[in-house]
Design a protein around this ligand. Structure first.
Ligand SMILES: C[S@@+](CC[C@H](N)C(=O)[O-])C[C@H]1O[C@@H](n2cnc3c(N)ncnc32)[C@H](O)[C@@H]1O
Length: 236
């Protein structure tokens, strides 16, 4: 059972290249998350598990002051290049406390990372600490229905899995926790965040033009689950 779930070596190269253009990332996760991110000019934002830096770059383009962290040294370097070196980029294992002062950020964005982690409750406590009162946390994850189609088994049972990615023969696996929607959302609420929006995005219109067959396949399947949360402005 791996304890370091960060993407290293060939998996980092794969994800930085073809993986980033996978329909789940390019046509489901990113359109939904970028819509929620909205206007961030002048804001202090944290890209949690930044991977190759798509979100870091997009938020820098929108005028945010970006900090981006990931456990993969390779992907942190890619992210820094993707964002044109606008921001602060750090290798950091999210199983450990965050290296930031209290109330450092207006917004934290954590796309397709949370399910990889073991110390999820600690991370949420840390995110609540470093996000300013009244600030936002956006989280996306693989939809549990998608994992059930992919891996079978009980929707309810949960637990850690090693799952193949990158197509037949790639040899790459990723390790993550299967969670129900109920578990995922309640972990966020238990972490002291307020739920403002829950999305189950359908593929964007660009996919209909780029690959109508893929669009038709994805447009009937829940694939990504996205939540917009807020740290309450006043402590309860
Ligand atoms: C599916 S990728 C998502 C990357 C990026 N957020 C995006 O949406 O393009 C998952 C990322 O989580 C990172 N990751 C996984 N476990 C981690 C850990 N324990 N600490 C830090 N980063 C981790 C991986 O290295 C990888 O970059």
């Amino acid at each position: 059972m791996p304890t370091d779930t960060s993407y290293h070596g060939g998996l980092a190269d794969f994800f930085a290249g073809a993986g980033q253009q996978h329909p789940t990332n390019a046509y489901l996760d990113r359109p939904a998350m970028l819509g929620l991110i909205g206007e961030v000019a002048g804001q202090d934002v944290l890209d949690v598990g930044c991977g190759p830096g798509f979100y870091a770059a997009a938020m820098a383009d929108r005028g945010a002051k970006v900090t981006a962290i990931d456990g993969s040294a390779e992907l942190v370097r890619v992210a820094e290049r993707t964002a044109g070196e606008r921001g602060t980029f750090l290798q950091h294992d999210l199983e450990r406390p965050l290296p930031f002062a209290d109330a450092s950020f207006d917004l934290a964005v954590m796309a397709l990372v949370y399910h990889h982690l073991y110390a999820r409750r600690q991370l949420l406590a840390e995110l609540r600490r470093v996000v300013r009162p009244g600030g936002r946390l956006l989280v996306s994850t693989t939809h549990p229905m998608s994992e059930q189609r992919w891996l079978g088994g009980s929707y309810y049972e949960g637990g850690r899995v090693d799952a193949p990615i990158g197509g037949p023969g790639s040899g790459f696996t990723i390790n993550f926790e299967r969670m129900t929607v109920e578990t995922f959302v309640n972990e966020m609420l238990d972490g002291g965040f307020v739920l403002e929006r829950l999305l189950e995005p359908r593929p964007s219109a660009e996919l209909r033009d780029a690959d109508p067959e893929k669009f038709a396949q994805l447009d009937v399947k829940a694939t990504v689950l996205t939540v917009a949360l807020r740290r309450p402005a006043r402590e309860a």
